[in-house]
Design a protein around this ligand. Structure first.
Ligand code: UDP
Ligand code: MG
Length: 339
């Protein structure tokens, strides 16, 4: 099979309301990209949707052979869905975008242009975010700045997973099989020449965000722990701080006593504060240790990152597509560029 020039990777989770419009916009866009022509594919990943998403995508694949579908056996999460897409996308250039049309397909044209200037990764930076709550914008802004200051890896500020990657980058990413995945960080880690394209993030076309606060928090913790061990060092700093406070207090008490500057009352408050501080510091550190130990445990099980229950239009002959279990190998074996 010939390799397409452009692959779009689109994770989908309960997006039945947007899929028809997505189909329309994709069609419109893909008909109009002169540099790509007919040479494209779209890899949809149905991340265990509970609505009609899978059926709608299946019908679209019937109609259009360049639409491909990987259906997960259950919900494995956005990052796993992106991973599956990158594992199977064969294009010279691969773009990851949201199904909800928040990342307008039209920006891809601009990315293609940048790609021509010799970059390997072109990431979309959100200039404006419409239809998102102040809370989401504020936490996102804080998060990107925090993670940047904590990790040695320069993860671009205000960029999501909307990005175009060269095949070399995609093949490198396939080799990274970590369980807790923070794909945008991994792309930054890979290196190569990276450039930004600025765009106004539109409001979700329909439906609600699939990232409620709890998921966002998990995602943020995954991002930080995958790329930084700075939190583990907080113990050292807290220890030093507590030690410093103890020494200063000790010296102060000694001076007061020796020079008879006042009455040293063995203060109950001081003891309580010190004990409480020590106790909370210990619990905090146990919690942080737990986060990392838990991750080691999950990593060591070496489970596949997702289970795909059905795949459509990946080169199999038509009609031979009953439900089947496709358990991906741990390593896709495609980590090195093919000649
Ligand atoms: N998504 C997914 N699995 C999930 C959650 C989300 O595949 O468990 C998809 C979702 O359908 C969308 C993309 O990932 O295409 C981003 O999710 P969403 O738009 O809800 O996130 P937001 O843009 O609000 O951060
Ligand atoms: Mg979205």
């Amino acid at each position: 099979m010939r390799r397409p020039k452009l692959s779009l990777v689109i994770p989908v989770y309960n997006e039945e309301e947007t899929i028809p419009e997505l189909d329309r916009r994709l069609g419109e866009f893909l008909r109009g990209v002169p540099t790509v022509g007919d040479d494209w594919e779209v890899v949809f990943i149905d991340d265990g949707s509970k609505d009609r998403s899978r059926a709608l995508l299946g019908a679209m694949c019937e109609r259009e052979r360049r639409y491909k579908l990987i259906s997960f056996s259950r919900n494995f999460g956005h990052q796993a869905a992106i991973t599956a897409g990158l594992d199977r996308a064969e294009g010279d250039w691969v773009v990851v975008l949201d199904a909800d049309l928040q990342d307008p397909p039209e920006v891809v044209a601009e990315m293609l242009q940048k790609a021509g200037e010799g970059y390997d990764v072109i990431y979309g930076v959100r200039r404006k975010r419409q239809g998102e709550t102040l809370f989401k914008r504020a936490t996102a802004a804080a998060f990107y700045r925090l993670i940047r200051s904590m990790t040695g890896v320069a993860i671009p500020v205000d960029a999501g997973d909307f990005r175009m990657m060269s095949r070399a980058v995609v093949l490198t990413l396939r080799a990274l099989r970590e369980q807790h995945r923070f794909v945008r960080g991994m792309v930054a880690w890979v290196g190569f020449r990276q450039a930004a394209v600025y765009y106004d993030r539109e409001a979700r076309f329909a439906g609600e965000t699939k990232y409620p606060f709890s998921k966002m928090l998990r995602f943020a913790i995954d991002g930080i722990t995958s790329f930084s061990i700075v939190p583990l060092r907080i113990a050292t700093w807290l220890g030093l701080l507590a030690g410093g406070v103890a020494v200063i207090t000790g010296v102060a008490m000694f001076v007061i006593k020796v020079f008879d500057l006042g009455v040293v009352v063995p203060g109950w408050t001081t003891i309580m504060v010190a004990v409480a501080f020590g106790f909370s510091a210990q619990l905090l550190m146990t919690g942080i240790l737990g986060e990392y130990v838990g991750r080691i445990y999950e990593e060591i099980k070496r489970r596949p990152l997702y289970v795909s229950a059905q795949e459509l239009n990946f080169g199999e002959p038509r009609g031979a597509l009953p439900e089947r279990t496709v358990v991906p190998e741990q390593h896709s074996g495609d980590a090195a560029p093919r000649s």
